[in-house]
Design a protein around this ligand. Structure first.
Ligand code: NBP
Length: 486
């Protein structure tokens, strides 16, 4: 065994442990540290026994066990623990050493840390890691961003341990400066929220409006997984639909409480969309849908008070199922269009100069939203690197032209059958509003000007000229001195 390690991992909970085993299995020697030493010992004497793993009981010992420049990956709980651990490591680091935060840190925290550590010539990397514990062990999608000088020294380790796309390409590439790696990981999770919500809505429509038995529904999702919808989430959905509880013989799904949890990355994505003024409504709806699901007691009470229509079964069940499949595809395109629109806005806001096609490729393996569909997104951005909206790409425009009618029919059926489809509905609203040459925002501007003298622009004058009207003939002609239109 080498007496100096290639890389260190600090934080040996499920993700850290599995990443260490992944690195070690690919031929790297790994130094390990955990705040609670008992965990380090348990790992070294358990899953890590007999492997090229060097346990350290203190951060000083950890730093001493590394080749120069040091490469240290933090796999601890996001937030204050990351700052605490950095503070403890700093006295033992030298200029040119590399700190990589592989946790789910908020990208603005990463920007702050990158800036502070950059002043000390410590090369800081915020690396999104996706794929959960299985991914960490067998190959995650890795999204590193930060100080570009760190990329060369970590590239081989990262690309070796990462997942590989079906064509063999590592699902890991350099994303961009400061917090961009963590932003991209956050966006991945936001898209994951909308993907999951839309699949759940499709299943809900089919089970309420059709009479397919559970096995037939599982078969249907399995068949859909051989179409444009092919993805990891579709694959696990058909497996979930088939699973029976050994104790009761019931389908496990029917035993699960309909109250969804969340850890916050979807909420962050929606907040970023609001901050940047981007209409990622379907992603936000997916977050709100989880919030509403968690209000279970209120829902149960309301179900006894608020009326809805009787639920008619679909006339042509096979035809309806095909409409739902197409609607799911159309809604998915809209949600991804929103995600990439948000990414583009962030790239511009923070001067990250992101390569959107390469990012799509990084999500083809290892991560939760891995899907065949991402190849089409790569092609769209390869054809036009500055594509304003994925829906404008000829392939996706054509796909939407073919599927939008199904999305309309399915949303209408849902509305007439008391089935809430917030993600489908918001995707359709996004599609229609995005292609509308004249929205009712002129009335909003008029109201704003009427009650707050906020001014408005006119269609018959050049942009940038602002007007005010005395709407109530009050004699007031002055506009507010602050322009709230920009
Ligand atoms: P957790 O997020 O559960 O964090 C537990 C680890 O953080 C333990 O090693 C713990 O040490 C350490 N820690 C804490 Br808590 N406070 C600390 C402090 N002040 N100083 C030093 N260490 C501290 O672990 P995880 O589920 O393995 O996830 C690790 C990171 O990866 C997180 O940011 C997570 O969001 C992210 N992530 C998780 C997944 C997943 O599927 N779980 C997927 C992708 C990314 P202790 O043993 O002494 O308490």
């Amino acid at each position: 065994m080498k007496n100096k390690a290639d890389i260190a991992v600090a934080g040996l909970a499920v993700m850290g442990e599995n990443l260490v085993l992944n690195m070690e299995s690919k031929g790297f020697t790994v130094a390990v540290y955990n705040r609670t030493y008992a965990r380090t010992e348990a790992f070294a004497n358990g899953r890590g026994k007999g492997k090229n793993i060097l346990p350290a009981s203190t951060v000083a010992e950890l730093c001493d066990r590394l080749e120069r420049p040091r490469r240290i990956m933090l796999m601890v709980k996001a937030g204050a623990p990351v700052d605490e651990l950095i503070g403890q490591l700093l006295p033992h680091l030298e200029q040119g050493d590399i700190l990589i935060d592989g946790g789910n840190s908020f990208f603005k925290d990463t920007m702050r840390r990158a800036s502070e550590l950059g002043k000390k010539e410590i090369l800081y990397v915020g690396a999104g890691v996706s794929g959960g514990e299985e991914g960490a062990l067998h190959g995650p999608s890795l999204m590193p961003g930060g100080d570009i000088r760190a990329w060369e020294p970590i590239r081989t380790i990262f690309r070796t341990i990462s997942a590989k796309a079906p064509d063999g390409t590592p699902c890991c590439d350099w994303i961009g400066p400061d917090g961009s790696g963590h932003f991209v990981k956050m966006l991945h999770n936001g898209i994951e929220y909308s993907d999951m919500q839309m699949i759940a809505e499709a299943w809900n429509l089919l089970r309420h409006l059709c009479s397919f038995p559970p096995e037939a529904l599982a078969d249907l999702f399995e068949a859909w997984n051989r179409t444009e919808l092919e993805s990891y989430l579709m694959e696990i959905t058909s497996a979930i639909l088939r699973k029976k509880d050994p104790g009761t013989g019931a389908y496990v799904l029917d035993l699960i409480l309909d109250s969804a949890g969340q850890k916050g990355t979807g909420k962050w994505t929606a907040e970023c969309a609001l901050d940047l003024g981007m209409p990622a409504a379907t992603i936000a709806e997916a977050v709100f849908a989880r919030c509403l699901s968690a209000l279970r007691e209120e829902r149960l009470a309301a179900s006894k008070i608020l009326p809805g229509p009787a639920v008619p079964k679909a006339q042509d069940e096979k035809g309806f199922a095909e409409s739902v499949r197409r609607a799911l595809y159309a809604a998915k395109i809209c949600a991804y269009a929103q995600g990439f629109q948000l990414l583009r806005a962030a790239s511009r806001e923070y001067n990250w100069n992101l390569n959107y096609g390469d990012i799509a490729l990084m999500w083809r393996g290892g991560c939760i939203i891995r899907a065949k569909f991402l190849d089409d997104i790569k092609r769209a951005f390869a054809a036009n690197g500055d594509l304003a909206n994925l829906m404008f790409d000829p392939f996706f425009a054509d796909a939407l032209a073919k599927a939008q009618e199904s999305l309309r029919k399915v949303v209408a059926s849902a509305a007439m059958s008391e089935i809430a489809v917030p993600a489908f509905s918001s995707a359709l609203a996004y599609y229609d509003a995005s292609r509308s040459g004249r929205l009712p925002a002129n009335l909003i501007q008029a109201m704003r000007d009427c009650f707050g003298a906020h001014t408005y622009e006119r269609v018959d004058r050049k942009r940038g000229e602002f007007f005010h009207t005395d709407w109530m003939d009050s004699g007031s002609v002055s506009a507010t001195s602050t322009n709230y239109n920009r």
